[in-house]
Design a protein around this ligand. Structure first.
Ligand SMILES: *Cc1c(COP(=O)(O)O)cnc(C)c1O
Length: 385
């Protein structure tokens, strides 16, 4: 089987893990955690960072740190992985779901602006959603497939409506927005180092930002809100720390970040070449204001006469190729059918038409050729032709 996205741990991973065992630093105390935090800050141009045991935990921690609490609403795009919404729910808050733009598949800032003007009001310095009476507490843009949201626009809205921004940059490391790295575009930015992301720590995440007090507050909450060496805790905290073992893997991975991102972009460019004469399909969005890290790559099916994405996945499986459907939007998830939502023209249109293809960093030219040939063969021989 040619897998869709598997990690490459052939660098210093084994060496650093061995170091953890030899020094007996296997848990949440140890030099790799600090080193990993520093490295991610350097790579993302953020001043401060706190490592967490997952991206989801990082999102929950970041939202809590900017003050999201029970019964609040948090603005987010519906077209994302379920974890973005779950982190909001874990605060006791509710996602307020918006569409994405067809240009970038990220938060539709035009719809957001109109809706905020028409459907919210300010009361005692807080913004309220008129129809539910809930306080609007934050904006959570998602850097879809590693492609940043249009953060200048998001920031303008955040300022206008006095809302903090927590960015879900889970798959965004290595991307750029108007020639900036991602760590300074939001109040807090959250990365994931899950196994299928561009770099992995086995499992893990990180919250980064430039406001020292805010990031230190997040760190405090991530370590059970303990004060001092004794068992004194000044509020309800979490156990969200990353272990030295996980950070050791992360440190080995980040040494190869630029190599991995380069490879991801190369794979994306190669698929674009292989399918350049194929009708009825399109590629994932690119905009002039961002350079995606191309976390995932694939095509969208534009011609209704072509096989459905699930059929394509089954056919490709018979060729020994793992291909996948992509996110089902949050408003279509049973768990979120009560969440307030706006019109979802783009999310509804794209979500069932996305086919993701093998894009592991160690994918060989030959294997990518096998994938491309199979896709070409299947789509060219379909009824649409
Ligand atoms: C991977 C991902 C997450 C969750 O990260 P975990 O580390 O798996 O908890 C959240 N949001 C998006 C957009 C993701 O792709």
């Amino acid at each position: 089987m040619i897998p869709i996205a598997v990690p490459d741990t052939s660098g210093n991973e084994a060496k650093y893990l061995q170091e953890c065992i030899e020094t007996n630093f296997v848990s949440t105390v140890g030099p790799f955690v600090k080193k990993f935090e520093e490295q991610i800050c350097i790579e993302s141009d953020a001043k401060y960072g706190v490592a967490t045991c997952s991206g989801t935990a990082g999102l929950h921690l970041a939202l809590t740190s900017v003050g999201v609490t029970r019964d609040d609403l948090v603005i987010m795009p519906s077209f994302t992985f379920i974890a973005s919404a779950n982190a909001i729910s874990q605060c006791g808050a509710v996602p307020w779901l918006f569409d994405v733009s067809s240009e970038s598949w990220t938060l539709d800032v035009v719809q957001l602006r109109t809706t905020l003007i028409n459907e919210t009001e300010v009361f005692e310095k807080n913004l309220f959603h008129k129809s539910t009476g809930r306080r609007v507490a934050a904006i959570l843009p998602v850097y879809t497939l590693g492609h940043p949201a249009d953060m200048e626009q998001v920031k303008n809205l955040a300022e206008e409506f006095n809302l903090p921004i927590v960015a879900d940059a889970a798959a965004g490391l290595g991307s750029r927005y108007r020639n900036q790295n991602l760590g300074s575009l939001a109040d807090l930015t959250v990365f994931s180092f899950n196994g299928n992301k561009t770099i992995t720590s086995g499992g893990g995440g990180m919250v980064v930002g430039n406001d020292k007090n805010l990031v230190e507050y997040a760190r405090h909450l991530s370590t059970t809100a303990r004060v001092g060496e004794e068992y004194h805790h000044d509020e309800i905290g979490f156990n969200y720390r990353l272990t030295n073992i996980q950070a050791a893997v992360g440190c080995a991975q980040i040494e190869r970040l630029s190599e991995f991102v380069e490879k991801k972009r190369y794979i994306d460019a190669e698929y674009r070449k292989h399918f350049s004469s194929l009708g009825g399909i399109k590629f994932f969005p690119r905009t002039h204001w961002a350079t995606s890290a191309c976390w995932f790559t694939g095509i969208t099916i534009e011609d209704k006469r072509l096989p459905s994405v699930s059929t394509l996945c089954k056919l490709l499986k018979s060729y020994g190729i793992q291909a996948r459907t992509f996110w089902k939007p949050i408003h279509q998830q049973p768990a979120y059918n009560l969440a307030p939502k706006e019109q979802m023209l783009v999310s509804n249109s794209i979500s069932s038409r996305i086919l993701t293809l093998p894009c592991s960093t160690q994918l060989t030219k030959e294997d990518q050729g096998v994938v491309a040939d199979a896709v070409n063969l299947i789509l060219r021989n379909s009824d649409a032709k």
